[in-house]
Design a binder for this molecule. Structure first.
Ligand SMILES: *Cc1c(COP(=O)(O)O)cnc(C)c1O
Length: 362
């Protein structure tokens, strides 16, 4: 079965010596290897204000903590995402306020977000779902107009672009995940990038109990309780090796995605997803809308190709019961959308076969 997601690990000859070296170096905790990974990752996303963490969820939590989100505060978010986007808001103590999606894309609808803003809105959480980029022109406008910061959950969107620049420095906070099935994995890990130096400095303390690495342990004074969220040298070393291959790996996703954008046009029962002005997706998954989705998935799977929705909408979990509201566009999108394999493991032959199958009908 051709899977929707697959873990990429750089070639053994490169990876294993690097892991062996760091494991026996005598320093596996957070140190120089993490700093090096931060510099390299910063170069990849064109933002040097990067803090490496032990998960993408930690990145989201740190962004919310830096905004002091707590009881009584609202964060406008989407249900069209993986669960950690929103459990992080609850863990910070905030309330999730759902906005509806744009029925054409499944990404947050800026008009719906606008209508959900109240005096208690502390942040807007944007998810570049499946690697498609939200309507940043509209959201930047909202952020400026209402003075509400944006947190970008870019767990699916490494290598995607806005106005020609990699996603990563457009908003006050950008949160990456290096979990097993994302574009890039460090086994587990994450990173957060910033626009402000002050956020960077505070995040470095928050990821390490609140301690300041620049001051000796005996002279340290914790002013705010932090977390155990730092990346360690082993995961960072893996990340540095992985990064050498990311231009190519992400490039393969993008090449396959653009191929589908061309080849799946004008097929009865298929609706392609438009991308917003000034955005370029990195196609973590390829997303499309199909009629009779169940039959479509069955046909694909009978031919050895995984096709499904992958994630469950988040608003139906009991833990978000307090936030429940009507989301008619999401209902509509959720009926029809599906993902097909699009990643680095899909070659020209496979993608042509996938298109032929879809053209034949289901
Ligand atoms: C994977 C993922 C996360 C969380 O990342 P972890 O590294 O697994 O903590 C957050 N948001 C989205 C949309 C994700 O897919």
């Amino acid at each position: 079965m051709l899977p929707l997601v697959k873990t990429y690990i750089a070639p053994r000859e490169e990876m294993m010596p690097a892991i062996e070296k760091i494991l026996y170096s005598g320093y596996i905790a957070t140190g120089e290897a993490v700093e090096q990974f931060e510099r390299e990752f910063g170069a990849f996303i064109a933002n040097d204000k990067v803090v490496a963490l032990n998960s993408g969820t930690a990145a989201l939590h740190i962004a919310l903590a830096l905004l002091d989100v707590g009881p009584g505060d609202e964060v406008i978010s989407t249900a069209m995402t993986a669960e950690p986007t929103n459990t992080a808001i609850l863990n910070a103590g905030g309330k999730v306020v759902w906005a509806d999606v744009d029925v054409r894309t499944g990404l947050l609808d800026s008009k719906s977000v606008r209508s959900k803003i109240t005096e208690r809105t502390k942040a807007i959480m944007l998810v570049h779902y499946a690697g498609m980029v939200c309507d940043m022109d509209a959201f930047n406008q909202i952020s400026q107009e209402f003075h509400i910061p944006i947190i970008e959950d870019t767990a699916h969107a490494l290598g995607s672009r806005y106005r020609g620049q990699p996603v990563g420095s457009n908003s006050r906070f950008t949160c990456y995940s290096f979990q097993a099935i994302k574009h890039m994995t460090t086994v587990d890990g994450g990173a957060i990038s910033f626009q402000k130096e002050a956020d960077l400095e505070e995040a470095k303390r928050l990821r390490w109990f609140g301690l300041d690495k620049k001051v000796s342990r005996l002279e340290n004074d914790i002013k705010r309780a932090g977390y155990k969220y730092a990346m360690n040298n082993v995961n960072a070393t893996i990340g540095s090796v992985q990064l050498r291959h990311m231009a190519e790996v992400v490039g393969r996703h993008i090449d396959n995605g653009k191929y589908y954008d061309r080849a799946l046009r004008d097929i009865p029962g298929v609706t392609l997803i438009p991308y917003y002005e000034n955005t370029e997706p990195s196609y973590w998954l390829y997303t499309l809308k199909v009629k009779d989705r169940e039959d479509f998935c069955k046909m694909m799977e009978e031919n050895g190709i995984q096709a499904s929705q992958l994630h469950h909408r988040s608003d139906l979990h009991s833990v978000f019961a307090e936030s429940r509201c009507d989301l008619p566009a999401l209902d509509c999108f959720y009926e029809e959308f599906v993902h097909i394999p699009c990643g680095w493991w899909i070659g020209e032959e496979e993608r042509e076969r996938i298109v032929e199958l879809i053209k034949r009908g289901w």
